[in-house]
Each structure stands twice: as structure tokens, then as C-alpha cells.
Design a protein around this ligand. Sequence first.
Ligand code: NAD
Length: 283
Amino acid sequence: MILDGKLVAQKVLEEVRAGVARVKDRSGVVPTLAVVLVGDFAPSRVYVANKKRAADTVGIASQDHLHPEGLDREALLALLRRLNADPRVHGILLQLPLPAGLDEDEAIAAIAAEKDADGLHPVNLGRLLAGAPTVVPCTPAGCLELLDHYGCDLKGAEAVVIGRSRLVGKPLAQLLLARHATVTMCHTRTRDLAAHTRRADVLCVAAGRPRTVTGDMVKEGAWVIDVGINRLETGKLVGDVEFASVAARARAITPVPGGVGPMTIAMLLRNTLRAAERQLGMA
Ligand code: NAD
């Protein structure tokens, strides 16, 4: 079975569109996402353009703060403070990575936690760890949404996550744990990766390297979520999972593109809507 991220993202976007219309109706306010892009990293430009287009389709306004020429530390922090204080802005998206010389931790922490559309602020990550209501990081939230949509039962499942980044691996492991999976986290220092992946009922791969997982590393009947996005020299986009050999063994698998990617954007817009609802006293 293919876990169709485009399809499930459309469903989420429909819900967000209805929610945005409700907010506009009741308060006259248009939920607004401030988009901050510093530097001219080409993939970031593409991601930002996709996010803005999707925001537009659900009626969320985006406010552009694009600085291809770069920004120094003080100017970036001043911009974020201005957006924090601006009642017209409900969510702030700081596109990562920041150019060398800017401190990502400092910049993320400078965003008001209630406007953190990406769920990466330390307060929101801390709340995730504590099991409190929070803004969940978009990509891990999208993975869970996909698994839920297709009826994957996580309770008691052996879940293996490859990758331990703040953006994907760590929060994803927390979400799986909160859903009562038995979670193993693997990373570059893991001694025998295949020994772990072969036990997985649910295998989530966020390593950023093509063919990190091949068919021989996957248990028959596993659910496989491929978070990776890698561009080969040929220009082709592939995930971290060797699709054909893994699909032959897996019960369910996400394609790349068309799997986790569209879900990430849908979750960003859901987070923005929820932030607007909270700020307007509607949640
Ligand atoms: P990262 O580079 O910050 O982290 C990669 C992690 O994978 C590290 O923790 C590292 O220890 C681990 N790792 C790398 N190679 C490994 C190996 N051979 N064996 C075991 N562990 C290994 O990357 P990230 O930000 O977490 O992103 C991971 C991938 O997901 C990238 O390809 C990125 O482009 C993609 N991504 C996709 C989306 C989406 O919307 N689909 C969103 C975010 C990231």
C-alpha cells in the first residue's frame, strides 16, 4: 500500500481552509503567516514558494520577509521581535538552514513560542517532551497523520527512527512514544543499523542519505515512512529508502516525492491556523 501524502495533505488542507473561513467569519481577521527567509539557498527558496502557495490556497495570508542578500544577527533578531509584537501576524516561519554566521538556536528561541509555526521553539519542544499540549513540529506531525489516516496501530508496535535531528528524528520519536510504541532511535554511531531496522513494525527514516535502507533491512509487513529528500546528480528526487526493494516487503510505504513532503506543508498551515485561533481567543 502506498501512503499517499498528496491525498492526505489535501484532506488536512480542506480542514484548514474551513477553519480559516470560520476565523474570518467570526473575527474578521485573516490568519497570517510571516515568512522569513535569509540568504539565497536555492532549496529554501523552493520550499518557501511552495509554503506560500499552499497558504494562499487555504486563505492564510503570507507576509514576506525575504532577505536574499542576508541579514546580520541584530537585524534578524530585531525583525523577529517586530513580528512577535505585531498583532496582525499569528505564525512565524523562519526557513532553515540559516546562512553561516547566524545562530539558529538563538533565532528560533527569539520567536514568541505562541507564534512558532514550526514547533521548534524550546518551550514547545519541552512541552512535547512533557506530554503537554503544544505546537508539534510539522514533519513529525505529518508522519503521524499519515500513519493514522491509513490505520496503523502504534500501540505496542516496535518503532525504529533513523535520525536524531531536532527537526525530525527527536520529535518524531517522542510522538511515537506518546502513542505507546516501543521506540528505538538510530543514528550515525549506531553499531548495527540493520539489526534494529529488521525488528521494526514501523520504520521512519530521516537520515538525509539515499539508500540508507534497502529491502534486506526491512521486516516483512512493516510500515515505512521515508522522510528523506535527496537530489541525485541526474536531478531526480529520491528519499532515504530504496523504494522498489523495500516496497516489495513493506505493508505500506511513502513515496518520494508525494509522501511526507506535502504533509509537512499541510501541518505548517494547521499550526498557523491553531496559533491564530488561540491568539484570537477562539480555541
Ligand atoms: P540532519 O542532517 O539534521 O539529521 C540526519 C540524522 O540522520 C542525524 O541524526 C544522523 O545521525 C542520522 N544519519 C545520517 N546518516 C545515517 C546513517 N547512515 N545511519 C544512521 N543514521 C544516520 O537531517 P534532518 O533535518 O533530520 O533531515 C533528514 C532528511 O529529511 C533530509 O533528507 C531532509 O532533506 C529531509 N527532510 C524532509 C522533510 C520533508 O518535508 N519531507 C522535512 C525535513 C527534512
